[in-house]
Design a protein around this ligand. Sequence first.
Ligand code: PLP
Length: 427
Amino acid sequence: MTAPAPLADGERPPAAGALDVERLRASFPILAREVHGHRLVYLDNAASAQRPEAVIEAVSDCYRTYYANAHRGVHALSERSTDEYEAARGKVARFVGASKSSEIVFTRGTTESLNLVAQSYARPLLGPGDEVLLTEMEHHSNIVPWQLVCEQTGARVRAAPITDDGDVDLDAFARMVNERTRVVALAHVSNALGTVNDVAAVARLVRDRSGAAVVVDGAQAVPHMKVDVSALDCDFYAFSGHKMYGPGGIGALWGRGKLLASMPPYHGGGAMITRVTFERTEYTVPPHRFEAGTPSIAPAIGLGVAIEFLESVGLDRIERHEHALLSHTVEVLNDLPWVRVLGQGAEAGSPRAAVVSLVVDGAHPHDVATILDEQGVAIRAGHHCAQPLMERLGVPATVRASFGLYNTHEEVDLLVSGLHEVRRIFG
Ligand code: PLP
């Protein structure tokens, strides 16, 4: 079962091409609950999205009817688990435009995917004087793994500046790419500002000036827009299941087959070897070379179903719907003189996706979040694991509303009336 809930009696279908949000909402059981006596308004999708019934059911069905360890046994349950797990890999590959399933490594999520690239790809390559180029808008997951590998190798991390409007300053970025640049790692979509970086343009620019690998943190892109790694022309692309309506504890790394084949493993254990003796071990081929130990079988299967769900809804339609929500939100907030929206200035050159960061005059973001929570509105307050970005923006923290395919214009209005309540309390 992957399609959204059927139309109820008397329910009218939405206009052609539009998202039938009410019907979609019915596919997400958690959205029916109340919080503090109010209907839940879930606007914390960038932290983690909710799961549709189809995903919950797929995971439950796995455990109820066929779960066993994969790639191990010859018995029926193990064969079925293996088949479903590998079929999920195929769905992930198709979803991001990979040419082969073997280019998809299952990981615990974006964080693990990026650490894998840092340790397996970059570590053998980097040496003193080499550079890893990031941007000022990166999530800590795309900063700390690079700092670790630079400490291990004597290379250094550099960060390309962003403009006041929250775009990567491409001229400055271009000047920072040189023959010492071995890795360029950037977010496809910023989790704090929603900036959609032009990865294809960045990849072109990098290839013109250096042999650096282009590593993309796609955590905030895959639930919101169609991603095609061959069109982006990057070398690695990392993402997480729980942000794309899939289970927690599962994610993926896409890597160019040629690069993956040349990389040593990053974890050792069962399932990633062809032969082990006490003297030496021979490693198997990718992707299994990078999947030591018993994999997250049911979550991977759930991720495959989340992908089918997203495809059945249509990423183009999701993108249009969320963009309309974003425009509505920014338009209303821009009329409130006591609210400052960050990184959505009129001068912004790049598109924005599904995320609004704001500060309210005189109210700490955590107080804003608490007052909104009392009204059932779930948003995130804090530095969003992007402390260098907060420093660049000159704020300790922001309030972040992040949208998913099930959010509505009415929910945007509830967010805004919650902000009015904040204003009333804080004067
Ligand atoms: N990168 C970005 C842009 C994110 O938003 C996040 C999560 O918030 C991550 C990386 C880390 O993802 P995970 O915690 O699923 O590994």
